[in-house]
Write a protein that binds this ligand. Structure first.
Ligand code: SAM
Ligand code: SF4
Length: 475
């Protein structure tokens, strides 16, 4: 059955809208936590239990400064306990900025006539992909506006093109997508091209606000968007990413909306979303929103900690929208993936570093202009293991994230060694001598730590093979 987005009505039982604003406000208004309750909820999360809406509201409503510190400390502990020191790196690649929607926060919206409209052709896409491979990237997210030109066939073709690029020792091994919602056949078509995660952000879970900021185009249909990833699931895409654009409405409501979305997936599809994104609104051409709900740095750090505790098994993505000092801080509270060397200008990677921040050339302003190599240096110096790993997805260990947590010892046996192998590839092919030295020191130290619990001969053999020129080795 093909649904038409303009006239879309929720068709079947499983795809019912699952956001009840009164219920969410009920939790925000009625839950009055005491110290002990807050500590119990933090402990439940440290025992790796996904929190209910009520429990999440306990954390949201704990506004005593000492309790907020305890929540942050809990998030930090959980991150160390569950995720270890790996940070996965990726880059966004904007394929086209044509758009028929009018989202009041977005530079690409149809009414912005001054924005230069570009859709990369095959050759341009290849050139951009090569530029990203030259930085050392292995994982990309392709980004598109919402436009009839960007059909499921078009998206599949662009995915094929990117996967087809082999350049020196490198290639892109995982392509994720951030694009408009499709119907089930459309999602099915895109799945066939071998994508990783399909991301769609609800932007705001609060319907009246949603209607206020989405003034035209297909995206104005709240239900079509809310149930979009259900259609992806029905089409066989079980690897999905959700998100809210913080600053459109009360952050407490959005956090509970995200948690509600997670438990909807768990209840209906038996698997939560792979990732959560929590972009904060940044300056954009003709940005036109009510500033009342903009989120302060303090609130942002707090909400990331709460989300970490609320959904211990969901990957959390933080992008270059945030300045480096916020990124560095928030990394400790539970972020598992970041972008590096980001450039939002269409065709911008092959032109070099993005310093201009010309609002007519990107969707919004970014605040972290560090190159991938600068970010790698910082991560290594701070003891994180930067990872470009794509092993689970390539081996068909689907629901890669699910495996990490459902199989005891999986992270130590697979994720950490694979992170080191991809780091070694980076050090061999893209790093300066200094980074190489620091990176191999880090690898040696992490292997010593692993040795206390498991055999590491095979890992050391594989690292030696990478040093002698082999690539794409994993467990
Ligand atoms: N056109 C697709 C869509 O709307 O789903 C792709 C989305 S867009 C290219 C990626 C995300 O950027 C949006 O979902 C939105 O959350 C975010 N975004 C848009 N304008 C933004 C702004 N001014 N600041 C920060 N993030 C923004
Ligand atoms: Fe278009 Fe997406 Fe921007 Fe909305 S957020 S105007 S749909 S590109």
């Amino acid at each position: 059955m093909i649904y038409h987005p303009q006239t879309y009505r929720i068709p079947d039982k499983r795809m019912q809208p699952f956001i009840d604003a009164d219920e969410i406000w009920g939790f925000i208004n009625d839950v009055k936590p005491d110290k002990q309750r807050v500590r119990d909820v933090i402990q439940a999360s440290l025992d790796k239990k996904r929190l209910s809406l009520e429990e999440t509201a306990v954390l949201i409503n704990a506004d005593d400064p000492d309790l907020i510190e305890e929540i942050k400390e809990g998030a930090r502990t959980l991150k160390e306990k569950v995720y270890g020191e790996r940070i996965v790196l990726f880059a966004p690649l904007y394929v086209g900025d044509l758009c028929t929607n009018n989202c009041q926060y977005c530079g690409f919206r149809a009414s912005n006539k001054e924005v230069q409209r570009i859709t990369l052709n095959k050759q341009e896409l290849i050139v951009e992909t090569k530029a990203l491979i030259d930085q050392g990237h292995k994982r990309l997210i392709l980004v598109y506006g919402e436009h009839p030109k960007y059909s499921a066939d078009f998206i599949s073709e662009t995915v094929d093109i990117v996967y087809g690029v082999k350049h020196k020792n490198g290639e892109i091994r995982r392509v994720n997508i951030n694009a408009a919602p499709f119907d089930i056949p459309g999602f099915r078509k895109i799945k066939e091209s071998g994508i990783g995660t399909f991301q769609i952000f609800q932007e705001t879970y609060h319907e009246p606000t949603y209607m206020r900021v989405h003034l035209g185009g297909i995206k104005r249909n709240y239900d079509w968007r809310l149930t979009s990833l259900d259609r992806a699931q029905e089409a066989g895409i079980d690897d999905v990413g959700i998100g809210a654009l913080f600053g459109l409405y009360d952050w407490r409501f959005e956090v509970l909306g995200l948690v509600r979305h997670v438990n909807h997936f768990e209840a209906v599809y038996n698997v939560g979303p792979h990732t959560i994104s929590f972009p904060r609104i940044q300056n954009a051409m003709s940005l036109d929103i009510d500033k009342k709900h903009l989120v302060t740095d303090e609130e942002f750090v707090r909400l990331v900690s709460i989300l970490r505790l609320a959904v211990p098994y969901t990957g959390m993505i933080l992008t270059a929208r945030e300045p480096s000092h916020i990124r560095d801080q928030v990394l400790r509270f539970g972020v598992s993936q970041i972008d590096g060397g980001t450039n939002l200008e269409l065709g911008g990677y092959s032109k070099g570093k993005n310093e201009a921040q010309d609002l007519s050339k990107g969707q919004f302003q970014i605040n972290d202009n560090r190159s991938l190599s600068e970010i790698m240096d910082e991560l290594i110096n701070r003891g994180y293991i930067p990872s470009f790993c794509t092993a689970c997805y390539r081996l068909g260990r689907t629901g890669e994230h699910f495996m990490e947590f459902s199989v005891p010892g999986f992270i130590k046996r697979y994720c950490t060694p694979n992170a080191m192998l991809t780091l070694a590839e980076y050090l061999e092919d893209y790093a300066s001598e200094e980074t190489k030295k620091a990176g191999y020191n880090l690898i040696d130290n992490k292997i010593k730590e692993l040795e206390q619990e498991q055999k590491t001969e095979k890992l050391k053999e594989k690292i030696d093979k990478v040093k002698s020129g082999q690539r794409d080795l994993y467990f």
